[in-house]
Design a protein around this ligand. Sequence first.
Ligand SMILES: Cc1cc2nc3c(=O)[nH]c(=O)nc-3n(C[C@H](O)[C@H](O)[C@H](O)COP(=O)(O)O)c2cc1C
Length: 207
Amino acid sequence: MLRVISEHFLYREGIMKIKNIYNRELEFLKDAIKNGKNPYHTFAFTTIKNRYPESRTVVLRGFKLNPLTIFFNADCRSSKILELKANKYCSALFYNQERRVQLRFKCEALLHYQNNISAKVWSNTALQSRKCYMGPYNPSEALDEWHPNIPLEYLKTDPEREHSEQGYANFVHIELKIIELDVLELHHDGHIRFITKNGKDLHYIAP
Ligand SMILES: Cc1cc2nc3c(=O)[nH]c(=O)nc-3n(C[C@H](O)[C@H](O)[C@H](O)COP(=O)(O)O)c2cc1C
């Protein structure tokens, strides 16, 4: 009887522990949207290009709970967007080196292009960021010589607001619906790893 009680107690303790880790990591993600010093401000985003995975760094621009969703922005002409149009399943990977925590999200992407959602995000996008969407070339296009793919007059300045509106034609806001989250926290005396699909049921898995 005593053994059954103590096993149940340990199980409850374990679940509480990973719930606390889960909630703490959500707070770090929320902070990372505006805080460039938070390592979760950028993440590795992976799509499938034909049959091969392709990863790149992107900036976290938004985060929502219930259901868990994360957001970033891109040029609609870029390879990653063409890849998402062919296969909406993708992965987002975050790592905080100081706290030694990794978050790996399995995601389904939804593209917001020229709709109410992309318009709202664009209206809050700084002029300095808007010029990245004003490039004369398609991202990844071969160049005969160096070009930064922003209008050359804005190399050292930001565009006028009115001219910056041109960038909206290339702007896409990407919503990543989370299918599963895999959390790994490294410890010298035993790593902790768990997965969740909905944020409510958390399950330990072997590190
Ligand atoms: C720190 C950092 C942040 C970046 N943020 C973004 C971003 O938010 N969105 C984006 O499309 N590309 C971003 N990039 C550029 C991408 O990593 C990538 O080089 C580019 O988008 C082309 O990717 P693709 O050809 O796979 O589409 C960032 C690069 C770095 C180094």
